[in-house]
Design a protein around this ligand. Structure first.
Ligand code: PLP
Length: 418
């Protein structure tokens, strides 16, 4: 059989499998990285942890009242060792770290930073975006007027030589990073790579690492990497104010009602506090107290995260097993094998991602739009697909993975025969 007729036969097979799958009329969704209800249930006791007659912190703060801009000290102390940020350099905020990112960037655009008082917004401002990355980082920066500059990632993190080349431009003000179990690749930045980023020369004195450790505690496996002390690493490299650290309990307790955290060098914390004081009298301390009482101590958080892993690791494995069984050993796709976080990245043949997403939608499997993982929604190779396995049931995730595989095969053979 010639190569073309072999491919033709594969295409026909793929087409039949696809039609059969589509005929089942399923409605599956593996788009957004949301916790499943079962995960949210793990933190049910949070909702009754503070009552009307018992709303004061151990140090005597009545959480129902105004004030305490930095957040309650006991919760900052609890999360300090977990996030590797000294408690006096760690602020606990409202329910969304994305809002803290927006605030920090807006302050820098309007007022400059702790390192350089010239507002970033006075001139052109650009930001480095390792790809594939988190769509909301990109849309936030774009909406604030940053030009988005893509750089590639490898298995140790972003490629520093590329970042360094771009940072020679004084209008490049910073770089997005998801240091652990990155959205969407699952890559964790190694200590060596972090040291390179900390030491990297940059033309802008206030070049900033937007260190979004959204998944730092979200391990799927028993053996796992540790959160890096990026403050110490940057201080040792002579750039104590370079990292702005963000985190939250969105995917630890309740995604819509968690607590966010901001950590940075001492000067940056004073700068952030002073700017924040103009727009807030204080965060939701009642919710912070709920979290304190619910977790009790850092070990309580770690134990809680093991319960999450018990729910979601089988869902990741269902997708990975299906991909391996159906696509392993072919040249049609490769994928990441994350040890934590919320996503798997599937890389398909160039030019097929949008076709796969469309085919999947028509067969009842909703996928994140192709390109969403890249600045401006444009994936130049059109071959990256983000899989979010946490929200559906394990059974539905497995079905969705089977449907996805059928679409990958169909789109690939169409492409190879084109
Ligand atoms: N950062 C990353 C990398 C994320 O993937 C997400 C949510 O998917 C967030 C931040 C959102 O965090 P928050 O809920 O604290 O705003």
């Amino acid at each position: 059989m010639s190569r073309t007729s072999e491919l033709q036969a594969e295409l026909e097979k793929a087409s039949t499998t696809y039609e059969e799958f589509a005929a089942r009329g399923l409605k599956l969704d593996i788009t957004r990285g949301k916790p499943a209800s079962e995960q949210l249930d793990l933190a049910a006791d949070l909702l009754t942890a503070v009552t009307g007659d018992d709303a004061s912190t151990p140090s005597g703060v009545d959480t129902r009242n105004y004030g305490g801009l930095d957040g309650i000290i006991e919760l900052r102390e609890l999360f300090s060792p977990l996030l590797k940020v000294p408690s006096d350099q760690l602020m606990a905020g409202g329910n969304a770290s994305l809002t803290l990112m927006a605030q920090a960037l807006t302050f820098a655009l309007l007022h400059g930073t702790a390192v350089d008082s010239r507002p970033w917004g006075q001139g052109p401002h650009k930001i480095i975006c390792p790809v594939p990355g988190y769509d909301r980082h990109f849309t936030l920066a774009e909406s604030l007027g940053f030009e988005l500059l893509s750089i590639p990632m490898d298995s140790d993190g972003p490629v520093v030589a590329e970042a360094q080349r771009l940072a020679e431009d004084e209008t490049v003000k910073g770089m997005w990073l998801v240091p652990m179990y990155s959205n969407p690749t699952g890559v964790t930045i190694t200590e060596e790579r972090a040291r390179e980023l900390a030491a990297m020369p940059a033309a802008s004195a206030d070049f900033t690492l937007l260190w979004d450790n959204a998944y730092g505690l979200h391990h799927l496996r028993e053996h796992h990497p540790e959160v890096l002390d990026i403050l110490r690493i940057c201080a040792e490299a002579g750039h104590p104010e370079r990292p702005w650290i963000f985190a939250s309990t969105s995917k630890i307790t309740h995604a819509g009602a968690g607590v966010s955290f901001f950590g940075a060098g001492p000067e940056t914390m004073s700068w952030f506090h002073a700017n924040l004081a103009k727009i807030s009298i204080g965060p939701d301390k009642v919710n912070q107290l709920r979290h304190l009482r619910f977790f009790k101590d850092p070990a309580g958080v770690e134990e809680h995260m093991r319960r999450h892993a018990a729910i979601i690791a089988p869902k990741f494995d269902a997708v990975l097993d299906t991909l391996e069984r159906e696509l392993g050993g072919t040249d049609l796709a490769r994928w990441t094998h994350p040890d934590g976080g919320y996503f798997i990245t599937l890389t398909t043949l160039e030019g097929t991602a949008d076709r796969i997403v469309k085919l999947a939608a028509e067969a009842g499997v909703k996928l994140t739009p192709a390109g969403a993982t890249h600045p401006y929604g444009l994936d130049p190779a059109n071959n990256v697909i983000r899989i979010a396995p946490t929200m559906p049931t394990a059974e539905d995730v497995e079905l969705a993975a089977q449907g996805l595989v059928a679409c990958v095969k169909l789109a690939s053979y169409e492409k190879l025969l084109a």
